[in-house]
Design a protein around this ligand. Structure first.
Ligand code: TXA
Ligand code: MG
Length: 335
């Protein structure tokens, strides 16, 4: 059974009888490695969100991830490695890619790079694409497991497809898995920035914890955003409603009523039935770290709507607004 100080009532969470939430340490690392070696899918903390991890070189284990997540299978997975050396065994690095890895790894930047022809990673992990998304996460728990396991780990965020991402071990209880290591609340709280590195430019496929400005400081070449395309499901933008709570979401709220659950930013509006504040001081990093946990807590059937106050479109605000936009998008594709 799980015990966690951060249990988020009244969000409905299915508590699995079998789920074991382990304290970090050598025993937990050993158990994680044992389970991964048997092709099991387990929950692991990263600095961004909790991941649903499996041996990236084992097709069946990777397939199990899609099964557990009920994720549309065309959506490729991020492959986690301990460092650049490990990444170079599975993808080809350009000069720019090396510079980006040197600047941001371990950390919340995912690089989409050409698969090596002899890459050991399951084709299913890249959903048949000839590019693979890789990152070295900056969290001791997952790093210890990666080093002890010695193989890359495919790990999407540990939420059922289309639901908000998990930032505590208790959130992972939404999924039918048996084991998660509790690394505490995620420091960053919002997923990694995903970039495709091309010869003459770096394309942001998903905005995230590393901002476009931070990328520009490191790259000699152009940094740009991908134009939306309906043809290739290479970025999560194609799944409009990806971060969806159960309640409808109203963005840029300027007034609220008693049946609204308010997600505030800065000085809060008065009159909502319940108010959680992403950052009373208007700090975007604090807001990112609180975003998913607060969306979950506000997703309470006693209210009609989650009303969200405007968040500035600067720095991390771009990623926060991207996630909020998805939470508010029509639900038809993934629900
Ligand atoms: O912070 C994170 O990135 C977290 C933690 C667990 O590392 N992971 C995460 O994974 O957010 P996931 O699977 O929820 O989102 C990964 C996104 C997918 O939606 C997919 O569109 C994109 O990465 N992606 C993966 N492989 C890709 C590829 N080869 N080309 C383009 N996009 C890719
Ligand atoms: Mg996700």
């Amino acid at each position: 059974m799980f015990q966690h100080g951060d249990t988020l009532v009244p969000t409905p969470i299915t508590i699995k009888e079998k789920l074991r939430i382990a304290r970090p340490g050598p025993d937990a690392t050993r158990e994680a490695v044992r389970r991964l070696s048997q092709g099991e899918v387990i929950g692991l903390p990263t600095e961004t969100v909790y991941g649903l991890a499996a041996d990236a070189t084992d097709d069946r284990a990777v397939a199990r991830i899609f099964d557990v997540k009920q994720r549309p299978t065309f959506n490729p997975l991020i492959v986690h490695v301990s460092d650049v050396e490990a990444a170079r065994e599975i993808v080809d690095f350009s000069e720019t890619a090396l510079e980006l890895a040197a600047a941001f790894w371990p950390g919340p930047l995912t690089l989409v790079l050409p698969r090596k022809t002899d890459s050991s990673v399951s084709l299913l992990a890249s959903a048949g694409l000839d590019h693979l998304a890789v990152r070295a996460p900056d969290h001791d728990v997952v790093r210890d497991v990666l080093l002890a396991f010695g193989r890359p780990l495919a790990a999407p965020s540990a939420n059922p497809s289309g639901r908000v991402s998990p930032t505590t071990a208790a959130h992972v209880a939404d999924l039918p898995i048996d084991f998660v290591i509790d690394g505490g609340p995620c420091r960053v709280g919002i997923e990694s920035t995903i970039v495709r590195v091309e010869a003459d430019r770096v394309i942001i496929l998903r905005s995230g914890a590393i901002t476009a400005d931070a990328l520009e400081k490191v790259c000699d070449i152009e940094v740009c955003y991908e134009k939306p395309s309906s043809e290739l499901p290479t970025a999560p933008g194609q799944l409009e409603s990806h971060y969806a709570p159960g309640l409808p979401v109203r963005l840029n709220a300027t007034t609220v009523a008693a049946n609204d659950a308010l997600l505030a930013f800065g000085p809060p509006l008065e009159g909502a039935g319940i108010t959680l504040n992403l950052s009373p001081a208007g700090d975007l990093s604090e807001a990112a770290a609180n975003l998913f946990a607060m969306l979950r807590r506000l997703d309470d059937p006693r209210y009609n709507t989650i009303a969200v106050m405007p968040v500035p479109e600067t720095g991390l605000g771009t990623a926060i607004n991207d996630r909020l936009g998805r939470a508010a998008a029509p639900r038809k594709q993934t629900r």
